[in-house]
Design a protein around this ligand. Structure first.
Ligand SMILES: [Zn+2]
Length: 328
């Protein structure tokens, strides 16, 4: 893919094309953004453009020998370094040294999950970065720049990927052949602006069951009339699901959508077209806002600490139910 084939990130595209066209691409480029934000697609597009023998306005031609030898493993001028196990190790950079020291051809080394570099690996890479060759380019990918060794970060030109708009995500899904998916707009909304997350959901056979569970729960909670005891079985089922975080993410999106609608936005609530809970007119708006915060906090706990999932789900539902309960 060339830059033009990638959706969104207009500022990034024009910055990369401009620096390529002027021959000013730095010898180390860092792309940061959460998992699924498209770092690897942009990194690979930059690698392809750097190695293309016939670039046109900073875009890879896609037809020269180099362009045709991507995917990357077929191109001798391209080296992909990925963490072995949980980290990038010094041995990997030692093994790559012959590639770094080649002469007579332009080369690109793309380093995935660069923040997983061990200190010795970072020192080893730094030796190469400190004596840049005109023909060797590094492209580093990381979720966050602050997790990178500052000595490495300071030598990179840093580009941050932005969250994509729902319309752009839908375009990515259509481009990947999900054009007939009935739930494209739902997937785009729950993706958090991350195309990788959207593609994963679109290809996931369990997506419908997840959406249906989250929708039912959102309708009941937002309706505000169901007593707490009726949520006990739901909490039990929910906490046993492997995809608990994904269900909670959808639940948060549904409640946020309801909030937007309750504030009188002209935006149609499309997640569940027939959804109009009886208690909607009396929904406590600050309660809805709090519900989204409560879910996000539960998601953070799920991701960072070893929690008792059953208790976490139960307490999350209790907190939300209390805030959204309406008097009969
Ligand atoms: Zn080319």
């Amino acid at each position: 893919m060339s830059f033009s084939h990638l959706v969104g990130q207009d500022d990034l595209r024009s910055a990369l094309k401009g620096s390529l066209a002027r021959g000013e691409t730095g010898h180390a480029t860092l792309f940061t953004g959460p998992a699924g934000s498209g770092k690897k697609s942009w990194g690979t597009a930059l690698a392809r453009a750097l190695l293309c023998s016939r670039t046109i306005n900073g875009e890879a031609c896609l037809s020269c020998l180099s362009c045709r030898s991507f995917p990357e493993e077929k191109n001798p001028a391209f080296l992909l370094v990925q963490p072995k196990g949980k980290s990038l190790k010094i041995e990997q950079f030692r093994e790559a040294r012959p590639f770094f020291q080649l002469t007579g051809m332009r080369r690109v080394c793309l380093i995935e999950n660069a923040s997983s570099m061990t200190a010795p690996a970072a020192s080893s890479l730094l030796v190469t970065l400190e004596e840049p060759s005109d023909e060797l380019f590094f492209i580093l990918l990381a979720d966050r720049a602050d997790l990178l060794f500052s000595t490495i970060h300071s030598r990179c030109r840093h580009y941050r990927l932005k969250a994509m708009k729902p319309g752009e995500i839908t375009a990515v899904l259509r481009g990947a052949g999900h054009g007939s998916h009935e739930r494209l707009d739902v997937i785009a909304r729950i993706s958090g602006g991350l195309p990788g997350r959207a593609l994963k959901a679109a290809g996931d056979p369990d997506f419908e069951s997840r959406l249906s569970m989250a929708t039912e729960l959102a309708e009941n909670l937002a309706g505000g009339s169901k007593p707490l005891t009726e949520y006990l079985d739901i909490a039990e089922d929910l906490s046993a699901r492997d995809d608990l975080p994904e269900v909670l993410q959808i639940l948060a999106v549904l409640l946020r959508e309801l909030l937007v609608r309750a504030y009188g936005s002209s935006e149609e609530l499309r997640l569940s077209p027939g959804w109009n809970p009886a208690g909607l007119q009396r929904v406590n708006l600050s309660g809805l806002e709090e519900a989204v915060i409560i879910i996000n906090s539960a998601l953070k706990d799920l991701a960072t600490i070893n929690v008792n999932r059953r208790l976490l789900v139960l307490s999350t539902i209790v907190l939300i139910q209390r805030r959204l309960a309406v008097c009969p």
